[in-house]
Write a protein that binds this ligand. Structure first.
Ligand code: 13P
Length: 254
């Protein structure tokens, strides 16, 4: 059975102290209120990683992740952070290919394929984001876009390495806009993603892959979305900055 995961993406929010108290609240609430087998991943800015990983040490329900990593192992890349450095903090996940990285930092599928390799070599589990823009959906190109993002970003991996990947479908038009994909729209794409994986790696690998939905997910709409057969959890932006909202979304799987 594939893992159910609710991941928070804090993006560029929370100073050091704010991040620590938010995370402590989340850990305590998860401890007190979560009864299911779902896993929680908090993807914070780099500055928090080590402290959060210390707080999550030995906690079977909660892990910590970063939001980006450089494709090179190490070297003269002033201001960048490597996968090895991230892993050394105790973080276990890294978001790669978020649409904000693709849009504002010019990250291409080709570059992301390298980032995926480096992350895996350093024992980080990538949460690999894919999704179409509004323009692409209106032009009825969403299936092609997603197919290409998967093929160019991930399908060079062998089945064993692919097994380390979590996929997040995040339609760009739903991110931070308050417009959520309907659960039927999301499910349609999740089925499509699983089919692509089955075509590449076989049905068993496809059935074991966790596919998250992201984009204006909140405690009100999470129930409907997560009830879909192929939606295995969420990647939560804005609502992950409020412990109550975030843990309420996590509790959808109780
Ligand atoms: P929002 O939940 O704020 O729409 O952000 C989604 C997202 O980009 C998570 O990575």
């Amino acid at each position: 059975m594939r893992k159910k995961i609710v991941a928070g993406n804090w993006k560029m929010n929370m100073d050091y102290e704010e991040g620590l108290s938010l995370f402590s609240e989340v850990v305590n609430m998860v401890h007190d209120e979560v009864t299911g087998k779902q896993h929680v991943v908090v993807c914070s800015p780099f500055i928090h990683l080590h402290s959060l990983a210390q707080l999550a040490k030995g906690n079977a329900r909660v892990s910590v992740g970063a939001q980006n990593a450089h494709q090179a192992e190490s070297g003269a890349f002033t201001g960048e952070i490597s996968a090895k450095m991230i892993r050394s903090t105790g973080a276990e996940y890294v978001i790669l290919g978020h649409s904000e990285r693709r849009q504002y930092f010019g990250e291409t599928n080709e570059l992301l394929a390298k980032k995926v390799d480096t992350a895996l070599q350093n024992s980080l589990n990538p949460i690999f984001c894919i999704g179409e823009t509004l323009h692409e959906r209106e032009a009825n190109r969403h299936f092609t876009i997603i197919e290409t993002q998967l093929a160019e970003g991930l399908f060079h991996l062998d089945a064993e390495h692919f097994g380390q990947i979590v996929i997040a479908y995040e339609p760009v038009w739903a991110i931070g806009t308050g417009v959520t994909a309907t659960s039927a729209q999301a499910q349609e794409i999740h089925i499509f993603i699983r089919k692509q994986i089955a075509g590449q790696y076989g049905q068993e690998v496809a059935d074991n892959t966790t596919i998250l939905y992201g984009g204006s997910c909140n405690p009100k709409n999470a129930g409907d979305l997560f009830a879909q057969a192929d939606i295995d959890g969420g990647l939560i932006g804005g609502a992950s900055l409020k412990s109550r909202d975030f843990v309420d979304i996590v509790k959808t799987f109780n």
